[in-house]
Design a protein around this ligand. Structure first.
Ligand SMILES: [Zn+2]
Length: 280
């Protein structure tokens, strides 16, 4: 099964040990203020990457090393609220940067937010409370007292397009924008493999069974820390029944009579579009 090309944008390579003595001209900064990323929309195509040296008077917190790409070394740092920003730069939540900066910048900005959050939220050991320090060999922090090591959390979740002849199953959660239907999705539970997650979520949400589960592709979804893994499956039996809590409506749809779909480049939408083009 080929990977879907929409998800080809890699954020940065986390090269370890962290490069030292990088000339300033080879450094790039992502700056964060109040959980928003600073970006510049002009000149087009816009960017979140601030060159080194930073503007005079811009005071940042301790830099956090992110990784490298194309000979540049990337860092994220926080600027305090109320700091006067360089001309043309403004803060925005990462999700709202879509369309304002290139996809590669979006990927780097999402990554930077995650790594900064990881550093902040694991500054102290969750077991003994002592301070932690970053490892020099990989993206992780170790407790200075008990040695416990923590890694950035990644939460796997499945999405599955279920086929029945010329139809697919789409459902809507009460949390969706009114009118929008999508494929079944749900989080992996400890101890489950992903196929078991697919079977369980489908049974819980629409009470049918599926067979012949095959891989479609995957997509990191950094709001906050999901990894979405996309599958295709065939209807094996049962009639749709919903609980009206997790799912408030569900049905079988043909290509000619699809409901409103999730916008943007989510893997759910990519699954539906690939089916619509008869690629899967
Ligand atoms: Zn500890």
């Amino acid at each position: 099964m080929k990977h879907h090309p929409s998800y080809a944008v890699r954020p940065l390579l986390p090269v370890y040990p962290e490069p030292v003595d990088t000339p300033p001209a080879q450094r790039r900064w992502i700056l964060v203020q109040d959980s928003s990323v600073l970006f510049r929309s002009e000149p087009a195509p816009g960017t979140v990457l601030m060159p080194d040296p930073l503007s005079a008077g811009l005071v940042c917190g301790a830099p956090v090393y992110l990784g490298t790409r194309d000979g540049f070394v990337y860092y994220v740092a926080e600027v305090s609220a109320g700091t006067t920003l360089p001309a043309g730069w403004q803060p925005a939540p990462v999700r709202e940067l879509s369309g304002k900066v290139p996809e590669g910048d979006m990927a780097v900005a999402s990554y930077a937010m995650r790594i900064l959050d990881f550093d902040r939220s694991t500054a102290f050991c969750g077991r003994c409370g002592a301070a932690t320090r970053p490892l020099t060999t990989e993206r992780a922090r170790a407790c200075t007292a008990c040695g416990r090591i923590v890694y950035p959390r990644i939460s796997p979740a499945i999405v599955v397009l279920i086929k029945r002849g010329e139809e697919i199953l789409l459902a809507r959660s009460p949390h969706f924008t009114p009118g929008i239907f999508s494929v079944i999705a749900g989080f992996n539970e400890p101890g489950e493999n992903l196929e078991q997650t697919v079977h369980r979520e489908v049974a819980e949400e629409v009470e049918i069974s599926v067979r012949d589960i095959r891989y479609f592709g995957s997509e990191p979804w950094p709001f906050p820390d999901s990894l979405m893994i996309g599958f295709i499956a065939d209807h094996a039996g049962g009639e749709i029944r919903i609980d009206n809590q997790e799912i408030e409506a569900a049905g079988w749809f043909t290509r000619e009579a699809l409901p409103s779909l999730p916008p943007g480049k989510s893997i759910s939408r990519a699954l539906i579009e690939a089916w619509r083009r008869r690629e899967i």
